[in-house]
Design a binder for this molecule. Structure first.
Ligand SMILES: O=C(O)/C=C/C(=O)CC(=O)CC(=O)O
Ligand SMILES: [Ca+2]
Ligand SMILES: [Mg+2]
Length: 390
């Protein structure tokens, strides 16, 4: 029996010893154990590891690279599995967790075929659902790193310009939406021209992302250069980053693209992941997006984004793109769930198309772990607050 007495710290719960995600609470860098956080600062981790976790962020750990990540995880498994509390062990609550790392670049992909086809049909009803490049490269765009916020941060309804029958108008968005995504947090040495098989050494861990989107602003502004103010006001990310190592048995092959890809995108063994997401809108579960349905993996995304010589550096956040499956109740955005606002979504407390002020969205996820255990991704939650006065 572990010295950590917490009913949520078991192999069949998402934050048992098989998961051990990292975050930062008011006491410093910590690892999540069930519904508590174990501070790393007082633990005897050895001369090499102690300075890496002694700061108030995960930045030094991200920079340290794969051998350090593995060593620390192995040491923490030992510590949390011990029968008596090791010297210096301090358990605290999860409250007050902050954005645990400095976001370097934020890139958002578009790797769900179902999402891409749905949005294509809604935004471009007269065109092809899928554009011809989509099965040949992981389509993406550069987002805004400075407005990535930690789970729990209130989301102010953004202002913007949108189309009306009489010309452009300005004001708070009337079509505030979510995008349920999986984010990959980069680390290790600065590198470029990664192969998909080397990309794994540049991914520290996995988090959930909600890429809030103002659909009316986006629909008017996006051509020809892509999303801009419709998505740059806020992107929420989990407070706890689950190490990539926890996903060893969750690896799956993605659905076939239907054509060969160029050699620089070929993976020896695929990094598709069998993660099940769940989206709650004001407490009602409205969708269960399956990440295994994503057509492009993070390894291919990193190979693609660095193939021109662009560097990948610690703190880069790579979002998968909205996770949507083939079924209606597997769609990862309300744009799709309400089919462009035409088919209301029924919640326990009323009907909705897009978000209203006061609405709360909570995204959670799990994956299969070693020996039948459950690996969790920490929730990403946000509540919409009214637009500024002007
Ligand atoms: O197809 C479009 O014009 C726009 C699509 C999106 O809004 C999606 C986006 O941000 C990428 C994604 O999350 O899949
Ligand atoms: Ca997105
Ligand atoms: Mg966003």
């Amino acid at each position: 029996m572990s010295w950590i007495e917490d009913p949520a710290f078991t192999a069949d719960a998402p934050f048992g010893p098989q998961t051990l995600p990292y975050g930062v609470v008011p006491g410093g860098v910590a690892v999540r154990v069930g519904d508590q956080a174990l501070l790393l600062r007082g633990l005897a981790l050895g001369e090499r590891l102690e300075p890496v976790v002694a700061t108030g962020t995960l930045d030094a750990l991200l920079a340290a690279g794969r051998p350090t990540w593995s060593e620390l995880r192995a040491r923490l498994v030992e510590i949390v599995s011990a029968t008596s509390a090791p010297r210096g062990a301090e358990l605290v609550g999860l409250d007050g967790a902050v954005l645990p790392f400095a976001v370097a670049d934020y890139v958002d992909f578009y790797s769900s075929r179902h999402h891409a086809e749905n949005v294509g049909r809604i935004f471009r009803p007269d065109g092809a659902a899928l554009l011809p490049n989509w099965t040949h490269l992981p389509v993406g765009y550069h987002g805004r790193a400075g407005t990535v916020v930690v789970s729990g941060t209130p989301i102010v309804r953004p202002h913007g310009q949108r189309r009306s029958s009489t010309g452009p108008v300005f004001g708070p968005t009337g079509r505030l939406d979510i995008e349920a995504e999986v984010g990959f947090v980069c680390g290790g040495p600065v590198a470029s021209r990664l192969t998909p098989d080397r990309a794994v050494d540049h991914v520290f861990g996995v988090a959930l992302v909600n890429d809030w989107s103002a659909r009316d602003v986006q629909a008017w502004e996006y051509q020809p250069l892509g999303p801009f103010l419709g998505k740059s006001f806020a992107t929420s990310v989990s407070a706890w980053i689950t190490p990539l190592e926890a996903f060893a048995v969750a690896r799956v092959s993605p659905p076939p693209l239907g054509n060969d890809v160029l050699p620089y995108l070929v993976e020896e063994r695929s990094w598709g992941l069998d993660i099940d997401l769940q989206v709650e809108w004001n407490g009602t579960v409205v969708s269960r997006p399956p990440f295994r349905e994503m057509s492009w993996t993070f390894a291919q995304q990193l190979a693609h984004l660095s193939v021109n010589g662009a560097t990948v550096r610690p703190g880069d956040l790579i979002a998968s793109g909205t996770v949507s499956g083939p079924a209606r109740d597997e769609r990862g955005s309300f744009l799709e769930l309400s089919w462009g606002g035409k088919e209301p979504v029924v919640l326990d407390d009323g009907e909705r198309t897009f978000l209203e002020d006061g609405d709360t969205v909570r995204i959670t996820a799990t994956a299969p772990g070693e020996g039948g255990s459950v690996v969790g991704l920490a929730e990403v939650v946000g509540t919409v607050v009214p637009a500024d006065e002007r």
